[in-house]
Design a protein around this ligand. Sequence first.
Ligand code: FAD
Length: 437
Amino acid sequence: MTQETPDAPPLRLALIGGGIAGVTLLLALLKHTSRTHITPHLYEATPQFSEIGAGIAFGSNSIRAMERISSEMAAAYNKHATFQPDSGALEKKLWSSYRMGMDGKNGLKAGDYLHEVHAAVARSSVHRARFLEAMTALLPDEGEGYVSFSKRLVGILDNEAEGTVTVQFADGTEEVVDAVIGCDGVRSRVRQILLEGEEAAEPVFSGKYAYRGLIPMEEAVAALGEDTARNNHFHWGYDGHLLTFPIEHGRTMNVVAFRTKMDGVWEHGGRWVLPGDQEKMLRDFKGWGKDVQAILGLMRKADIWALYDHAPASIYYRGSRMCMLGDAAHASTPHQGAGAGMAVEDVWVLSRLLAEVRGKADLERAFRAYDAVRRPRTQRLVRSSRDAGILYECQKEGVLDDVEKIRADLDDRMWWIWDLDLDAHLQEALDVFRDGA
Ligand SMILES: Cc1cc2nc3c(=O)[nH]c(=O)nc-3n(C[C@H](O)[C@H](O)[C@H](O)COP(=O)(O)OP(=O)(O)OC[C@H]3O[C@@H](n4cnc5c(N)ncnc54)[C@H](O)[C@@H]3O)c2cc1C
């Protein structure tokens, strides 16, 4: 434990952004730090907490991180999560099936199985909006006194002499705090300021976009059969792929239909989400197999999302006064379904480090230790996830010629994410923190 500064006022931390990362961090700080040392306050740009009506999957690593952050958070997740039906007598649970979504050039036909990946823990996923609601309900008085809405961060002034920062909002108000933690997502303003002058400050179009929509499960079962409708499936194709999984306790099928934009450019005047366009979607998947056509035909209101990620940031903090976490630090494409899970891990490590902080002098050490253990792991996901998107869309030379190679690749792709020893990982961060004293 660090030396306590006598009568030091609590450190004021401004958390910017109230998505999964920001709300989880607020919950974790309220649980693991004392108000005599740290006072967190979350500033969210929108008038209320909001998430989209789509599904999100969490691997066993993220669920273990939730359990460590707070048993209430893990219980909220478990209450709303849909656990994929077990695959019979297998010792390991089915994580996902991979099938052809269209005919392949080498004789593979639409519907042919490529592989099944299994995990030690059943795959689970949750409706994003329900989960965020459940988490915000865990905040004392629903966040009263700890959360301000309609506060869009526009600037950060570094008051070096006082060792503080002034956070400035679009409505003209400002607050002086000891440090700011950016949880403001892929288009993070905190990241732009923290990495000012670096190319990595801005997100990059990954070259892919996705239609996201939902289907009532009974309709999906009638069209596809029980197994295809109720279990997680990837449908592979050339320059596109589909992902489906159950949410809302199996009442709804979540669908994401991905396409590559062959010119690699996203225009649309800075808009990353466009209203659904059924005709364009059907055109995009013309000639694909019957399951894919059935899924697309049943999809409700499928908005189009441009998929951006981040080139590796050289650092996740600046001195003792700025840090970033979640997508703000390491937005990845969604092809391994692990971005939000990484944010939950970030929170576990950073909140436990901040629990050790007793004065301003400790803050930089905590941020440095967080950066040292979290940056390599989270940036690996960004790289690996891009690579997975290329694999599922048969953009690797001769990929379908060797199905055994695909199987080996898929078997290896998730274990390093799921198998993290969280306690050893945290210990590593605590060692860096203590060594820096
Ligand atoms: C199609 C798709 C599928 C995905 N599937 C999965 C999955 O299955 N599993 C998984 O783990 N991950 C998945 N991800 C990734 C996951 O969505 C993100 O990693 C996660 O939502 C990041 O959370 P966040 O809180 O960091 O950012 P966000 O969810 O983007 O939240 C940022 C918050 O900050 C606020 N904000 C932004 N700017 C400001 C500002 N200037 N001032 C104040 N507030 C601001 C926003 O309003 C928002 O509330 C998927 C992503 C996509 C696109």
